[in-house]
Design a protein around this ligand. Sequence first.
Ligand code: 5RP
Length: 222
Amino acid sequence: MTQDELKAIVGRAALDYVTPGEIVGVGTGSTVNKFIEALATLKDQIIGAVSSSEASTARLKAVGIPVFDCNEVEEIAVYIDGADEIDPAGYMIKGGGAALTREKIVAAQSKRFICIADQSKLVHTLGAFPLPVEVIPMASHRIMRQFFALGGKPVLRLKDGKPLVTDNGQHILDVQGLRISDPLGFEAMVSLWPGVVEVGVFAHHKASVCLLGTEQGVKTLK
Ligand code: 5RP
């Protein structure tokens, strides 16, 4: 199976976690795009979605699924999202699509978080994927120095030669060279640095279930 097919099988498998009559939290990325395609087949059975990015909002609306703001709903039954890396304890790196802040907000508001990914995302230790960190631009150089002091190599994410601006109007640093052996402690530490909007380690808000697309089919990790 191609990587695209592996993403499609987990996107479809995630429908098993969607309860009719509920609002569904929807993440961001190419795997989630497969989930949105699958969710469109159930659009008459759900109330709608809460989205983690402008990109997913546009896709949800294009298939006729109503999108609500987080503040319009109290609790979201289930949140479906992808990941850039997943370690054996289920801790993740996210933010490859620059949507980590809204993703963590929607995950925090959801009763269950179902992660969908192809098998290439499973790692022993987080950190080979450059860690995305959303920052307030005026703090970016100091935060970069703080990462250098930890042995990381931060770079400002660019788009069309200019700093990428997130849906929240902020910038993204991608930090290479980290080996995150204590994801809970690392997430807590970086979250305290002034100017950090959000760090792409999802340890305190890890998924309850991970659906992994493999050559043998969908593997469920709990
Ligand atoms: C976006 C994310 C995505 O979930 C992550 O980048 C995985 O994306 P893909 O499904 O395209 O591999 O965190 O901010």
